[in-house]
Design a binder for this molecule. Structure first.
Ligand code: FES
Length: 150
């Protein structure tokens, strides 16, 4: 018996499930061109991860391959149309957004203050999917090939 089968057998004897089910929830992205795209995103994914997994690049974070290292680029900014199934804003997200609004430097580089936020403004890398029904307006799409290696 292989180690994998032994582990499976032990889990079975202990009454543990063999493998956790992956739960996915529908999330609707409203794209800048006016179209909508419904994706089925894994529970606990961020909006940014869900979008990236479906070829929708909403941030320049880590050169368009995911979240920026410090969670402060704020290029993953979105507007929430329906917050159904989304995590609430954390203090870290609020601080990151405020730093962008204040135009605080990021990664040692100056930046202009971001346009004013609305009560529905969120950062896609902080906003987690916990249930179905979110509707999210994407403000800007990025072409990953054009920003890689900057
Ligand atoms: S990817 Fe940088 S703050 Fe979200």
């Amino acid at each position: 018996m292989t180690p994998f089968k032994i582990r499976r057998r032990l889990k079975s004897l202990l009454g543990q499930p063999e493998r956790a089910e992956i739960v996915r929830y529908p999330v609707t992205f409203l794209l800048p061109d006016g179209t909508e795209e419904v994706v089925h995103a894994e529970e606990h994914y961020s909006l940014l991860m869900a979008a990236d997994a479906h070829g929708i690049t909403i941030s320049t974070g880590r050169r368009a391959g995911g979240t920026c290292p410090d969670g402060h680029c704020a290029t993953c900014r979105v507007e929430i149309v329906s917050s159904a199934g989304l995590s609430p804003m954390t203090d870290a997200e609020r601080e990151s957004l405020q730093d962008a609004l204040d135009g605080k430097p990021h990664e040692g580089r100056a930046r202009k203050p971001a346009p004013p936020a609305s009560p529905n403004t969120r950062l896609g890398c902080y906003t987690k999917i916990r249930g179905p029904g979110a509707r999210v307006k994407i403000l800007e799409l990025f072409d990953p090939d054009s920003i890689r290696g900057e």
